[in-house]
Design a protein around this ligand. Sequence first.
Ligand code: FES
Ligand SMILES: [Fe+2]
Length: 414
Amino acid sequence: MLTAARNELLTRVGPGTPMGELLRRYWQPVGGASELLKDPIKPIRIMGENLVLYRDRGGRYGLVDRHCTHRRADLAYGWVEDHGIRCSYHGWRFDESGECVEQPYEDTTNPKPSKANCGTRAYPVRECAGLLFAYMGPLPAPELPVWEPFLWPNGFREVVLADVPCNWLQCQENSIDPIHFEWMHDNWSNRMRGSDASSAKHLKLKFEQIDHGFVYKRVREGQSEQDRAWTVGRVALWPNGFYLGRHFEWRVPVDDENTLSVAWFFVRVPKGREPYVQDTVPTWQAPIRDENGRWITSHVINQDIAAWAGQGRIADRTRENLRSSDVGITMMRNRLFEELETVQKGGDPWGVIRDPAKARNIALPDMGREANVDGISLAEFDNDPVLKQRLREFRHHYGQPQEVRDAFCAAMGI
Ligand code: FES
Ligand SMILES: [Fe+2]
């Protein structure tokens, strides 16, 4: 249980808030690169700021204030050029550093006055593995962590976005919550199918801190301490991610009451289908409500979203009752409090990388490493429940577009 003041400290993310300042010290995924191939300008709201993400015709990415510095028109209705983005109201043009590089009427008739005070807010953007990452903290920006899975060849990858109407932290606390798999994903799915069957009970849990977050380990009925669920575990990636071995999820704050869920999926093609080269990583937006306005509950992350949003826009942590299942949540919160202090004292918080050599290829604990790295035959997909299901359907998010499914099947040879 937290006091109301401590709950506020962990959840408020707008500009100038301690948590906002902490989360801005990390590169955050804000979209998929392939989105901007169709439409090169995308309005987004991140950390309480309204911005536009764009790709200019020179291939440069930018993330700038949504409102033009001239008279505040909406740059989402501007257009991109060889270099930068132009406002459609009077034609001012900005580059990716935020500099105002053109003011057409002034440049023609009155070139003397400086454009120096007309620059806009701009944040660096980097592409990696089909994702676009933005850094909104103080410069110089730290290194972008390149997680090893981003470098794996021969994989079909996709990016799935969802707009979640609640605070980021209740989404992230789910990353260190092993018990919910048994109830929310297994038993609830059984009930929805009309079955009273109970899935394997959790018998034992362990939470540990590692280099880039926390891992949880579990033993369920029918498993032992020799199983990878106990020897390897899964990673609550610091500060707002989750790595489950072939997929990542991030919970990126939009503002205090909304979160952008960004998920990145990888399935290595079966042995014999290599080399497989994916030109573009598809990105799609997953709906979260049905036609009656209720949460969609048929898919795994949709079920999670029903839990997160069900806790309220900002969960009232003064009214919770934590138990031994929640030790990992307390570890995560305590570390957040510690890192709020680190930033306040002017230091780099935990997990910020300044050494390029350390950021280039960061390995993470992974229970399915062989299938991801060495590859397995199509027949062996049968031995892995998640992979076996992926061949049948995409169970993580509702709404996978048919063309993405078709491209997946073509890659897998099914
Ligand atoms: S408002 Fe953008 S150019 Fe005038
Ligand atoms: Fe879940």
